[in-house]
Design a protein around this ligand. Structure first.
Ligand code: SAH
Length: 214
């Protein structure tokens, strides 16, 4: 997908992703292709490929490219999974996932954001992405189980429905808020055992909803 921003996108991948040690070539290629500038408001478009999060309205943000890439890499997708995303926001992460796996279900609480993202994803022919409006802390049981689940808002604990909707050998990648800090966690399922790893400290907007910060 060539456009005026292709050069900036390549520099973003080289400096911010590859330069910080991310090596999954499929993930890097997706970042080279998805036009991040279309997912941010026009007034911040010139900063779309900068090394930082940007506002997308409704007090929400599109995460820094590196964090999105790190989280998607941790899902370790092979291409045949059904993936659940909690917090569609701009739709950027969903567009990346669309290139990396078979089917994507993404749930957004704020109707306006979800509807806008849905339209843009349609324009970009991300036909395997399904946007749903609702409380993503409940997961999306209709299409479970998921080979990967990714959340881009921080919950006070891992929402139980997300654990339950994980497929065998599936991975759940999400920020969890503990006291004053948030940590990125990976939870891997094997049978009914869940192994948990903490990756790094992060800063995300709060997850709302039943198992969120409300
Ligand atoms: N992945 C997004 C980042 C979105 S920021 C992107 O690529 O742009 C986090 C999003 O989570 C916000 O849009 C917020 O409205 C949404 N959110 C917060 N709590 C939620 C919940 N319980 N269910 C679904 N979405 C939620």
């Amino acid at each position: 997908m060539m456009d005026d921003f292709a050069g900036e996108r390549q520099r973003m991948v080289a400096a911010q992703l590859r330069g910080r040690g991310l090596r999954d070539e499929r993930v890097l290629e997706a970042f080279e292709q998805v036009p991040r500038h279309l997912f941010v408001p026009e007034r911040v478009r010139y900063e779309a490929y900068a090394d930082m999060p940007l506002p997308i309205g409704h007090d929400q943000t599109i995460s820094q490219p590196y964090i999105v890439a790190l989280m998607i890499s941790l899902l370790d997708l092979h291409g045949d999974e059904c993936v659940l995303e909690v917090g569609t926001g701009s739709g950027y992460e969903a567009a990346l996932l669309s290139r990396l796996t078979a089917e994507v279900h993404t749930v957004e609480l704020v109707r306006d954001l979800g509807e806008k993202a849905g339209l843009l994803l349609q324009e970009l022919h991300c036909e395997n992405v399904h946007v749903h409006i609702g409380d993503g802390t409940l997961g999306w049981p209709e299409s479970a189980p998921y080979g990967g689940i990714i959340a881009s808002a921080a919950a006070p604990q891992v929402p139980p429905p997300l654990r339950e909707q994980l497929a065998q050998e599936g991975r759940l990648v999400l920020p969890v808020a503990q006291e004053y800090e948030q940590y990125l966690k990976v939870i891997s399922r094997s049978g009914n055992e869940y192994a948990e790893r903490i990756i790094t400290a992060v800063a995300f907007v709060p997850m709302r909803g039943k198992h969120g910060c409300d």
